[in-house]
Design a protein around this ligand. Sequence first.
Ligand code: NAP
Length: 262
Amino acid sequence: MDLGIAGKWALVCAASKGLGKGCAQALVGEGVNVVVTARGAEALEATARELRGLNAAVKVIAVAGDISTTEGRTAALAACPQVDILVNNAGGPPPGDFRDWDRAAWIAAIDANMLTPIELMKATVDAMAERGFGRVVNITSGAVKAPLENLGLSNGARSGLTGFVAGLARQSRLAARNVTINNLLPGFFDTDRVRTAMQTAAERSGKSVAELTAARAKTIPAQRLGIAGEFGEVCAFLCSAQAGYLTGQNILLDGGAYPGTF
Ligand code: NAP
Protein backbone atom coordinates (compact mmCIF):
# COMPACT_ATOMS: atom_id res chain seq x y z
CA MET A 1 0.00 0.00 0.00
CA ASP A 2 1.33 3.45 -0.89
CA LEU A 3 0.96 5.47 2.31
CA GLY A 4 0.65 8.71 0.38
CA ILE A 5 3.27 10.65 2.35
CA ALA A 6 6.26 10.71 -0.02
CA GLY A 7 7.86 14.15 -0.06
CA LYS A 8 6.54 15.14 3.40
CA TRP A 9 8.94 16.22 6.16
CA ALA A 10 9.15 14.39 9.48
CA LEU A 11 10.90 15.30 12.71
CA VAL A 12 11.74 12.02 14.43
CA CYS A 13 13.12 12.63 17.91
CA ALA A 14 15.57 10.34 19.70
CA ALA A 15 16.15 8.28 16.59
CA SER A 16 19.77 7.09 16.43
CA LYS A 17 18.75 3.74 17.92
CA GLY A 18 15.82 1.60 18.91
CA LEU A 19 12.19 2.50 18.35
CA GLY A 20 12.86 6.03 17.08
CA LYS A 21 15.27 4.67 14.50
CA GLY A 22 12.68 2.06 13.47
CA CYS A 23 10.19 4.89 12.85
CA ALA A 24 12.72 6.91 10.83
CA GLN A 25 13.56 3.85 8.71
CA ALA A 26 9.92 3.15 7.92
CA LEU A 27 9.21 6.79 7.04
CA VAL A 28 12.29 7.04 4.82
CA GLY A 29 11.13 3.83 3.14
CA GLU A 30 7.90 5.70 2.29
CA GLY A 31 9.82 8.58 0.73
CA VAL A 32 9.51 10.95 3.70
CA ASN A 33 12.35 13.44 4.31
CA VAL A 34 13.49 13.24 7.91
CA VAL A 35 15.25 15.23 10.59
CA VAL A 36 16.57 12.79 13.16
CA THR A 37 17.91 13.70 16.58
CA ALA A 38 19.88 12.12 19.43
CA ARG A 39 22.43 13.36 21.94
CA GLY A 40 25.34 11.21 20.74
CA ALA A 41 26.58 12.68 17.44
CA GLU A 42 28.55 9.63 16.30
CA ALA A 43 25.73 7.08 16.46
CA LEU A 44 23.36 9.66 15.02
CA GLU A 45 25.59 10.30 11.99
CA ALA A 46 25.92 6.54 11.43
CA THR A 47 22.12 6.21 11.49
CA ALA A 48 21.74 9.16 9.11
CA ARG A 49 24.12 7.46 6.64
CA GLU A 50 22.10 4.22 6.94
CA LEU A 51 18.87 6.12 6.29
CA ARG A 52 20.32 7.83 3.20
CA GLY A 53 21.36 4.38 1.98
CA LEU A 54 17.75 3.17 2.28
CA ASN A 55 16.33 5.76 -0.09
CA ALA A 56 18.49 8.08 -2.18
CA ALA A 57 15.42 10.16 -3.07
CA VAL A 58 14.93 11.55 0.44
CA LYS A 59 16.76 14.17 2.46
CA VAL A 60 18.07 13.11 5.85
CA ILE A 61 19.27 15.75 8.31
CA ALA A 62 20.89 14.81 11.61
CA VAL A 63 20.70 17.23 14.53
CA ALA A 64 22.67 16.25 17.62
CA GLY A 65 21.21 17.55 20.86
CA ASP A 66 19.13 16.78 23.93
CA ILE A 67 15.49 16.99 22.86
CA SER A 68 14.42 17.53 26.48
CA THR A 69 16.12 20.96 26.45
CA THR A 70 14.89 24.19 24.85
CA GLU A 71 18.13 24.39 22.81
CA GLY A 72 17.74 20.82 21.56
CA ARG A 73 14.15 21.41 20.46
CA THR A 74 14.93 24.78 18.85
CA ALA A 75 17.77 23.25 16.80
CA ALA A 76 15.66 20.26 15.71
CA LEU A 77 12.74 22.48 14.64
CA ALA A 78 15.02 24.93 12.83
CA ALA A 79 16.52 22.11 10.76
CA CYS A 80 13.13 20.89 9.49
CA PRO A 81 11.78 23.02 6.58
CA GLN A 82 8.24 22.19 7.73
CA VAL A 83 7.03 19.57 10.16
CA ASP A 84 4.30 17.50 8.50
CA ILE A 85 4.96 14.51 10.74
CA LEU A 86 6.20 14.64 14.32
CA VAL A 87 7.39 11.52 16.12
CA ASN A 88 7.94 12.35 19.78
CA ASN A 89 10.41 10.19 21.63
CA ALA A 90 13.12 10.47 24.29
CA GLY A 91 14.93 8.13 26.62
CA GLY A 92 12.83 6.65 29.39
CA PRO A 93 13.34 7.61 33.05
CA PRO A 94 15.39 5.32 35.30
CA PRO A 95 13.77 2.58 37.39
CA GLY A 96 13.64 2.75 41.17
CA ASP A 97 11.52 3.27 44.26
CA PHE A 98 9.49 6.46 44.59
CA ARG A 99 10.83 6.89 48.15
CA ASP A 100 14.23 7.67 46.62
CA TRP A 101 13.08 10.20 44.01
CA ASP A 102 13.41 13.88 44.80
CA ARG A 103 11.79 16.78 42.98
CA ALA A 104 14.69 16.97 40.48
CA ALA A 105 14.14 13.33 39.46
CA TRP A 106 10.44 14.00 38.85
CA ILE A 107 11.10 17.21 36.93
CA ALA A 108 13.62 15.42 34.67
CA ALA A 109 11.10 12.66 33.89
CA ILE A 110 8.24 15.08 33.31
CA ASP A 111 10.48 17.28 31.13
CA ALA A 112 11.58 14.41 28.88
CA ASN A 113 8.42 12.34 28.70
CA MET A 114 5.61 14.87 29.03
CA LEU A 115 6.63 18.51 28.54
CA THR A 116 9.01 17.94 25.61
CA PRO A 117 6.35 16.32 23.40
CA ILE A 118 3.85 18.99 24.48
CA GLU A 119 6.30 21.79 23.55
CA LEU A 120 6.98 20.17 20.17
CA MET A 121 3.26 19.77 19.46
CA LYS A 122 2.71 23.40 20.47
CA ALA A 123 5.38 24.46 17.97
CA THR A 124 3.96 22.44 15.07
CA VAL A 125 0.28 21.47 15.13
CA ASP A 126 -1.29 24.82 14.22
CA ALA A 127 0.89 25.12 11.09
CA MET A 128 -0.05 21.51 10.23
CA ALA A 129 -3.72 22.49 10.51
CA GLU A 130 -3.21 25.50 8.23
CA ARG A 131 -1.66 23.21 5.58
CA GLY A 132 -4.44 20.63 6.02
CA PHE A 133 -2.19 17.71 6.90
CA GLY A 134 -0.41 16.68 10.09
CA ARG A 135 0.47 13.50 11.92
CA VAL A 136 1.82 13.28 15.45
CA VAL A 137 2.87 9.99 17.00
CA ASN A 138 4.02 9.99 20.61
CA ILE A 139 6.07 6.98 21.64
CA THR A 140 4.90 6.31 25.19
CA SER A 141 4.76 2.88 26.86
CA GLY A 142 2.55 -0.07 27.65
CA ALA A 143 3.08 1.14 31.24
CA VAL A 144 0.38 3.73 30.58
CA LYS A 145 -2.20 0.91 30.49
CA ALA A 146 -0.56 -1.48 32.94
CA PRO A 147 1.92 0.28 35.23
CA LEU A 148 5.30 -1.30 35.90
CA GLU A 149 6.11 -1.31 39.62
CA ASN A 150 9.69 -0.04 39.41
CA LEU A 151 9.02 2.49 36.64
CA GLY A 152 6.92 4.98 38.58
CA LEU A 153 8.58 7.98 36.93
CA SER A 154 7.60 6.61 33.53
CA ASN A 155 4.09 5.58 34.66
CA GLY A 156 3.46 9.07 36.03
CA ALA A 157 5.03 11.30 33.36
CA ARG A 158 3.65 9.35 30.41
CA SER A 159 0.16 9.21 31.91
CA GLY A 160 0.26 13.00 32.15
CA LEU A 161 1.11 13.21 28.45
CA THR A 162 -1.63 10.70 27.62
CA GLY A 163 -4.29 12.71 29.42
CA PHE A 164 -3.18 15.91 27.72
CA VAL A 165 -3.14 14.31 24.25
CA ALA A 166 -6.64 12.90 24.76
CA GLY A 167 -7.91 16.47 24.96
CA LEU A 168 -5.68 18.06 22.33
CA ALA A 169 -6.33 15.44 19.64
CA ARG A 170 -10.06 16.15 19.94
CA GLN A 171 -9.82 19.87 19.28
CA SER A 172 -11.82 20.45 16.09
CA ARG A 173 -9.34 23.07 14.91
CA LEU A 174 -6.91 20.14 14.56
CA ALA A 175 -9.06 17.04 13.93
CA ALA A 176 -11.22 18.76 11.31
CA ARG A 177 -8.10 19.89 9.46
CA ASN A 178 -6.57 16.46 9.01
CA VAL A 179 -4.20 16.70 11.96
CA THR A 180 -4.12 13.48 13.96
CA ILE A 181 -2.38 12.84 17.26
CA ASN A 182 -1.94 9.30 18.54
CA ASN A 183 0.19 7.50 21.09
CA LEU A 184 2.03 4.30 20.25
CA LEU A 185 2.61 2.11 23.32
CA PRO A 186 5.51 -0.35 23.09
CA GLY A 187 5.37 -3.52 25.15
CA PHE A 188 8.71 -5.32 25.24
CA PHE A 189 10.97 -4.56 22.28
CA ASP A 190 14.46 -5.80 21.54
CA THR A 191 16.38 -2.50 21.73
CA ASP A 192 19.55 -1.29 23.46
CA ARG A 193 17.49 -0.03 26.39
CA VAL A 194 15.93 -3.43 26.99
CA ARG A 195 19.22 -5.26 26.40
CA THR A 196 20.92 -3.08 29.01
CA ALA A 197 18.08 -3.73 31.49
CA MET A 198 18.34 -7.48 30.84
CA GLN A 199 22.12 -7.34 31.34
CA THR A 200 21.64 -5.65 34.73
CA ALA A 201 18.98 -8.22 35.70
CA ALA A 202 21.30 -11.04 34.61
CA GLU A 203 24.14 -9.72 36.75
CA ARG A 204 21.80 -9.51 39.76
CA SER A 205 20.16 -12.90 39.33
CA GLY A 206 23.10 -15.00 38.15
CA LYS A 207 21.05 -16.12 35.14
CA SER A 208 22.14 -15.44 31.58
CA VAL A 209 20.62 -12.69 29.43
CA ALA A 210 19.41 -15.38 27.01
CA GLU A 211 17.65 -17.29 29.83
CA LEU A 212 15.97 -14.16 31.19
CA THR A 213 14.92 -12.99 27.73
CA ALA A 214 13.45 -16.39 26.88
CA ALA A 215 11.55 -16.47 30.20
CA ARG A 216 10.13 -13.00 29.51
CA ALA A 217 9.19 -13.93 25.94
CA LYS A 218 7.17 -16.87 27.31
CA THR A 219 4.92 -14.43 29.18
CA ILE A 220 3.96 -12.76 25.88
CA PRO A 221 1.30 -14.49 23.75
CA ALA A 222 3.42 -13.80 20.63
CA GLN A 223 6.24 -15.65 22.46
CA ARG A 224 8.85 -13.16 21.37
CA LEU A 225 10.10 -9.62 21.85
CA GLY A 226 9.01 -6.96 19.40
CA ILE A 227 11.35 -5.67 16.70
CA ALA A 228 12.00 -1.95 16.19
CA GLY A 229 11.33 -2.31 12.46
CA GLU A 230 7.76 -3.54 13.02
CA PHE A 231 7.17 -0.73 15.51
CA GLY A 232 8.31 1.70 12.80
CA GLU A 233 5.94 0.21 10.21
CA VAL A 234 2.94 0.78 12.50
CA CYS A 235 4.15 4.33 13.17
CA ALA A 236 4.39 4.93 9.40
CA PHE A 237 0.82 3.71 8.97
CA LEU A 238 -0.38 6.14 11.67
CA CYS A 239 1.37 8.86 9.66
CA SER A 240 -0.22 7.78 6.38
CA ALA A 241 -2.72 9.68 4.28
CA GLN A 242 -5.13 6.78 4.89
CA ALA A 243 -5.08 7.21 8.70
CA GLY A 244 -6.75 10.65 8.74
CA TYR A 245 -9.79 9.45 10.73
CA LEU A 246 -7.69 7.77 13.43
CA THR A 247 -6.94 10.23 16.21
CA GLY A 248 -6.68 10.45 19.98
CA GLN A 249 -5.93 6.76 20.32
CA ASN A 250 -3.50 4.75 22.43
CA ILE A 251 -2.27 1.87 20.32
CA LEU A 252 -0.63 -0.93 22.21
CA LEU A 253 2.03 -2.93 20.36
CA ASP A 254 2.84 -5.72 22.77
CA GLY A 255 2.31 -9.09 21.12
CA GLY A 256 -0.88 -9.55 23.16
CA ALA A 257 0.79 -9.14 26.56
CA TYR A 258 -1.86 -6.79 28.01
CA PRO A 259 -4.59 -9.13 29.21
CA GLY A 260 -7.63 -6.83 29.01
CA THR A 261 -10.47 -7.09 26.48
CA PHE A 262 -10.18 -3.35 25.74
P1 NAP B 1 17.05 2.96 23.07
O1 NAP B 1 17.26 1.76 22.25
O2 NAP B 1 17.90 3.18 24.27
O3 NAP B 1 17.16 4.24 22.11
C1 NAP B 1 16.94 5.51 22.64
C2 NAP B 1 17.25 6.56 21.58
O4 NAP B 1 16.86 7.82 22.08
C3 NAP B 1 18.73 6.67 21.24
O5 NAP B 1 18.86 7.04 19.90
C4 NAP B 1 19.18 7.80 22.16
O6 NAP B 1 20.38 8.39 21.69
C5 NAP B 1 17.99 8.72 22.07
N1 NAP B 1 17.78 9.62 23.20
C6 NAP B 1 17.63 9.27 24.50
N2 NAP B 1 17.44 10.37 25.25
C7 NAP B 1 17.46 11.43 24.39
C8 NAP B 1 17.33 12.82 24.56
N3 NAP B 1 17.13 13.36 25.78
N4 NAP B 1 17.41 13.63 23.48
C9 NAP B 1 17.61 13.10 22.25
N5 NAP B 1 17.74 11.78 22.03
C10 NAP B 1 17.68 10.96 23.10
O7 NAP B 1 15.55 3.06 23.64
P2 NAP B 1 14.18 2.43 23.05
O8 NAP B 1 14.02 1.06 23.61
O9 NAP B 1 14.10 2.67 21.61
O10 NAP B 1 13.11 3.32 23.84
C11 NAP B 1 12.56 4.50 23.28
C12 NAP B 1 11.49 5.00 24.26
O11 NAP B 1 10.45 4.02 24.35
C13 NAP B 1 12.02 5.23 25.67
O12 NAP B 1 11.36 6.33 26.24
C14 NAP B 1 11.60 3.97 26.39
O13 NAP B 1 11.45 4.14 27.77
C15 NAP B 1 10.26 3.68 25.72
N6 NAP B 1 9.88 2.27 25.84
C16 NAP B 1 10.62 1.30 25.29
C17 NAP B 1 10.22 -0.04 25.42
C18 NAP B 1 11.00 -1.17 24.81
O14 NAP B 1 10.59 -2.33 24.97
N7 NAP B 1 12.11 -0.95 24.11
C19 NAP B 1 9.07 -0.34 26.16
C20 NAP B 1 8.33 0.70 26.72
C21 NAP B 1 8.75 2.00 26.56
P3 NAP B 1 21.37 9.19 22.71
O15 NAP B 1 21.48 8.36 23.93
O16 NAP B 1 22.64 9.34 21.93
O17 NAP B 1 20.70 10.50 22.97
